[in-house]
Design a protein around this ligand. Structure first.
Ligand code: C5P
Length: 240
């Protein structure tokens, strides 16, 4: 597999101009860009249309979480925009997940990814919202719900990827595990607490990595992306 299929660059900026600048600087070194709530709230669907029509793949990370009818309607709009991946909250429940997956049929290949437990929540915080049993339990429970309702992947940290492959690989095959919080070996952590390198993420079982600031804030974003691709490519070769 072309390692570029595994790399997603997070466009965490507030203007279309800043997003265009990053995309131009990265050039051919990445194929997929994540548009999240910051850029989408600031610029709306036009930036997504622009990226899609310029041949980029878009991961729309708006984490839909609503009643099934509303979530499905939003997924249909995202499919219409031409995005390739999008996120829903697994805790929206099985009916919402199924409705989102069904709506995504409008665009063949559109990957519906379920967010399990935000990495900003720990066992104590989970307890405070009424969930006992800890993060890993909850991630396993929600991943089972997502995969059994047709989602073809989840967003999870590399720390959980191994357990997810072990638990669900046999029944659900090669589902996607998209992992943020990735930092190239030797780079700073920014505000990410538990980081892994690109190679560690792939070795742990992640299928895709989301990288923001290490690429977008680099003096040479294309060179940084290529360095990450080299690390991913080597690890994937070792694994296959
Ligand atoms: O700049 P950085 O590489 O830290 O960006 C990571 C991206 O992944 C951001 O868009 C952030 O919102 C997202 N993300 C994350 N941790 C999660 C889920 C998403 O950092 N658990």
């Amino acid at each position: 597999m072309d390692p570029r299929q595994r790399l997603i660059v997070a466009l965490d900026v507030s203007t279309a101009a800043a997003a265009r600048k990053i995309v131009a600087a990265v050039g051919d070194s990445a194929l997929t860009y994540k548009v999240g709530m910051q850029l989408y709230t600031a610029e709306g669907p036009s930036i997504v249309r622009e990226l899609v029509s310029s041949g980029r793949r878009v991961f729309l990370d708006l984490k839909y979480h609503d009643i099934p009818n509303t979530a499905a309607a939003a997924v249909r709009e995202a499919a219409e925009l031409g995005v390739d991946m999008l996120t829903v909250h697994a805790s929206g429940g099985g009916k919402m997940l199924r409705a989102a997956v069904d709506a995504a049929q409008a665009k063949p290949g559109l990957l519906v990814l379920a967010v399990t437990v935000l990495t900003s929540l720990d066992d104590v915080e989970l307890g405070k919202i009424g969930l006992r049993g800890g993060v890993l339990d909850q991630v396993l429970r929600l991943t089972a719900l997502a995969l059994s309702n047709g989602c073809k992947g989840v967003v999870a940290s590399a720390h959980e990827a191994g357990a997810l492959r072990h638990e669900f690989g046999r029944e659900f095959g090669d589902f996607a595990i998209v992992t943020p919080g990735v930092r190239p070996a030797g780079s700073g952590h920014d505000d990410q607490a538990r980081v892994v390198t690109p190679a560690e993420a792939i070795a742990a079982g992640s299928s895709h990595i989301v990288v923001g600031r290490p690429i977008t804030a680099a003096a040479d974003p294309a060179a940084e992306a290529r360095a990450i691709l080299a690390q991913i490519g080597l690890e994937a070769a070792v694994r296959s």
